[in-house]
Each structure stands twice: as structure tokens, then as C-alpha cells.
Design a protein around this ligand. Structure first.
Ligand SMILES: Cc1cc2nc3c(=O)[nH]c(=O)nc-3n(C[C@H](O)[C@H](O)[C@H](O)COP(=O)(O)OP(=O)(O)OC[C@H]3O[C@@H](n4cnc5c(N)ncnc54)[C@H](O)[C@@H]3O)c2cc1C
Length: 395
């Protein structure tokens, strides 16, 4: 039977990084993964350029039942620590927007860096290796795998969440955690486009490709000032992906179409200064024409109606809708396109310092499988690095 100090299940962002740092401490490490290739989510991330961290990282940019849980790990491994690692591998980056750092080389270069780090530290990687049967906790852990039995002192679960099953996502972490008595915060697709089945489905499909700046809100979440994108299925774009993480079935989402501005004043001034202008022409000064035309209809007005014909009450109602356009999505595109999983292994039975289980000594959960879900923009990778670094010090 193979004997290792640390067995890590899942060769994604968190698993590879944890493996290299634990091996650097002199631990005998093996990382296994059932897929043919490691870290496929890094490969497809950030449109192929891996938005690997965010300079504005702080615990408030993560959803979790315990908003304080992520603080310790995030404070001890910062975005700059990962930038230093990238620099040591001659990788460069640029800030796109809102603190989001993207790799100038392709995301494959980030994967290669993690593989090189693991190898030079003396860690081992086995791909196409599955866990078979139950894991037994006896004087460490005994794991039956498709490559034979392995015994380890510390077992790290880094199998990620449920999004994109076709590239290898499984419920392994949740099933195992539950078997060891952990609670699982109900999982749901997050950072995911929203769908509509009513008349909005056809309307948004006709607007497909149009993008406008908004501030978007779910019923119980912060506002996100980013773009809204109309698609054949409904709504997407960064603002919608962000609010999807806070959205629950049957709830509404609200869009401020003039964030930080006073729509009523804007309408009144326009009516006074250009009374012959139509509402569609006025909207077209702010939005693409396709949306401007559509929105006049959505407000129940005639496209040919001039501003002069609008009463003060009309202006009030239009201003209210511009400020808070409220829609009720039918659902989301689900696991097929979600970037992450909200919910997961509950943090109350994990150490925030080491990610070790409080119920089963020697068992660790890191990365996306934990109930810590970042906003869009590099936060989820920063959690993968930080939680992996925290566990690597303890395993
Ligand atoms: C399209 C897309 C784009 C994204 N872009 C970004 C971005 O730009 N920035 C950002 O911060 N985040 C991004 N994310 C989110 C980010 O990829 C994840 O949060 C991050 O990869 C989680 O790291 P992880 O190591 O916990 O899990 P993963 O990276 O998902 O790794 C889990 C590994 O475990 C393996 N595994 C699963 N089940 C088993 C099993 N039963 N047995 C053995 N192995 C198993 C998988 O094959 C996989 O290799 C994106 C996600 C998607 C889907």
C-alpha cells in the first residue's frame, strides 16, 4: 500500500497549490484527480486569461453563512503573495477593471506554474485516478483508489463545486463531508445568467447582444454597478452574474438604469429644453437604439409621443422605472454555465485558521467546496489560493 503524509483529492486551483506548499514544508504529498487534465477550470477562466485574483480582496466580497470565516486565511495569503509567485515564474499581469488581475500569458501558463511548483517541491500528481468505496479513518486515512490503496496522515478535499459537470465537477466533497458529520449549506448555481419564460424571454432575445450600464440588486444583496447584457435566454453580463449569487427562486431583481443620477430631473430638463424630442430619441442619448425603442414600449408609451405630451405624473412614473426596473426571473441557466457553487461544506465545523475538520482530525476542506463564495472578478481563485495556503501550513 502506498504511504504518504498528505493525500489531496482534486488537482484544481486549490489542490495543486496546497500540494506544492505542503511539499515545500517537506511533507510527502500526492495529489489525485479523476480527470485526464488538471485544473480545467483555470484553463477556461477569465476568457482564457485567468482572472487570478482581485486587489480589493476582503471578506465582505464573499458569501458565507459565517461572514467572518474567510478573514483569517485571506489576511495570511494576499493577492500580492500570488503576484510574487507569478513574478518568480516570469508571468506578468494587468488590471482590467475593479481590481481584477488577469494573466498576460494564457491561463495555461498559470496551470503550468502550479504544476512546476508541485514538481520542484517534490509533490506527486496522479491523473485519471478515482476514489473507490468508502474512505476509512483509522490511524490516518485509508483510501481505495483506481490506482491501488493509499494510506495518509492528512487528507485534503479539494474537489471543488458542482458547476460545469462536463469538465469533471462532482459532489464528492459534500458527500464525504456529510459522511463525517458535517452540515452542508444547500448548494445553488452562482455567478450564472438568469432566464425568463414570460414575454420577457422573447423581448430579451430580440435585444440579444445589447449591453447597458446599470446598478443591479437582488432582494437581499448589495448593488453592483456593472453592465447588463441581453441574451437569447434572458439576462447576463457582470451585473447579473453578481446578483445571481444573492438571488433565490421566485425573488425579484432590480436594475437602476441611471445609477448615481437623478432620472426625474433629467426628464424634466429634457422636456423643457427639447419638448419636440420623442422619449425614444431621449433614451437613445443614453442607451443603444434597440434598447431605447424597446424601453419606451416597456413603459407603455408610444414611440412617436413627444416629451411635450408627457404629464408630470408620466415623468414621475418613467423616472421611478428608470431608477428601479424590477423583474422576476424564472430561474438561472444552472450548473451548465454557473461559474461557481454557492453554499457547500458549512464553516462552523471547520477551523478558519487551518481548514481542518473539527469533527475528524486530519481531514481538511479547501477551495470552492467550502461555503465561501466570491464575487465575480478573481475572488474565487484568491479564496482557492488562501484556503490552500492555510491548510498547507497544518497538514
Ligand atoms: C467558466 C468559468 C470561469 C471562471 N473564471 C474565473 C475567474 O476568472 N476568476 C476566478 O476567481 N474564478 C473563476 N472561476 C471560478 C474558479 O474556477 C473556481 O472557483 C476555482 O477553480 C475553484 O478551485 P477548486 O480547486 O476549489 O476547484 P476546481 O478548480 O474546480 O478543481 C476541482 C478538481 O477536483 C477534481 N474532482 C472533482 N471531483 C472529483 C472526484 N470525485 N475525484 C477526483 N477528482 C475530482 C476536478 O476534476 C478538478 O480538477 C470560473 C469558473 C468557471 C466555471
Amino acid at each position: 500500500m502506498e504511504q504518504v503524509d498528505v493525500l489531496i483529492i482534486g488537482a484544481g486551483a486549490a489542490g495543486l497549490f496546497c500540494g506544492s506548499r505542503a511539499a515545500r514544508r517537506g511533507r510527502n504529498v500526492r495529489v489525485i484527480d479523476h480527470s485526464k487534465k488538471p485544473a480545467e477550470k483555470i484553463r477556461i477562466s477569465g476568457g482564457g486569461r485567468c482572472n487570478f485574483t482581485n486587489l480589493e480582496t476582503e471578506a465582505s466580497r464573499f458569501l458565507s453563512q459565517n461572514p467572518h470565516f474567510a478573514k483569517s486565511a485571506l489576511a495570511r495569503y494576499t493577492p500580492w503573495d500570488f503576484c510574487d509567485l507569478m513574478a518568480a515564474h516570469n508571468l506578468t499581469w494587468h488590471e482590467k477593471t475593479l481590481g481584477q488581475l488577469f494573466c498576460d500569458q494564457k491561463s495555461g501558463a498559470v496551470i503550468q506554474m502550479l504544476l512546476d511548483e508541485l514538481e520542484t517541491a517534490g509533490g506527486h500528481l496522479s491523473l485519471e485516478t478515482e476514489v473507490r468505496g468508502n474512505i476509512r479513518a483509522e490511524d490516518g486515512f485509508q483510501i481505495e483508489t483506481s490506482a491501488g490503496p493509499i494510506h495518509c496522515e492528512s487528507l485534503v478535499i479539494a474537489t471543488g463545486g458542482l458547476s460545469i459537470p462536463k469538465i469533471g465537477a462532482t459532489s464528492f466533497a459534500y458527500d464525504l463531508a456529510a459522511r463525517f458529520g458535517h452540515e452542508i449549506v444547500p448548494t445553488r448555481p452562482a455567478l450564472v445568467p438568469m432566464t425568463f419564460t414570460d414575454h420577457y424571454h422573447d423581448a430579451f432575445s430580440a435585444l440579444s447582444g445589447v449591453s447597458i450600464p446599470v446598478e443591479a440588486y437582488a432582494e437581499n444583496g448589495p448593488g453592483f454597478v456593472e453592465n447588463l447584457l441581453f441574451t437569447h435566454r434572458g439576462l447576463s453580463g457582470p451585473s447579473v452574474l453578481q446578483v445571481s449569487s444573492y438571488w433565490h427562486e421566485r425573488e425579484a431583481v432590480t436594475f437602476d438604469l441611471m445609477p448615481g443620477q437623478d432620472p426625474l430631473n433629467w426628464l424634466k430638463v429634457a422636456k423643457e429644453t427639447a419638448p419636440k424630442q420623442t422619449l425614444a430619441q431621449l433614451f437613445a442619448t443614453l442607451y443603444p437604439t434597440r434598447f431605447a425603442d424597446y424601453f419606451v414600449g416597456e413603459l407603455g408609451h408610444d414611440r412617436a409621443a413627444r416629451l411635450a405630451a408627457l404629464s408630470n405624473k408620466d415623468l414621475d412614473l418613467i423616472a421611478q422605472t428608470l431608477h428601479a426596473w424590477t423583474l422576476r426571473p424564472a430561474g438561472t441557466e444552472g450548473w451548465r454555465t454557473a461559474e461557481v457553487t454557492a453554499g457547500g461544506v458549512a464553516t462552523d465545523a471547520l477551523s478558519s485558521r487551518t481548514m481542518e475538520s473539527k469533527l475528524q482530525p486530519g481531514l481538511y476542506f479547501i477551495g470552492e467546496c467550502v461555503d465561501v463564495t466570491g464575487w465575480l472578478g478573481g475572488y474565487n481563485f484568491q479564496w482557492a489560493w488562501a484556503s490552500a495556503a492555510a491548510a498547507a501550513e497544518a497538514v
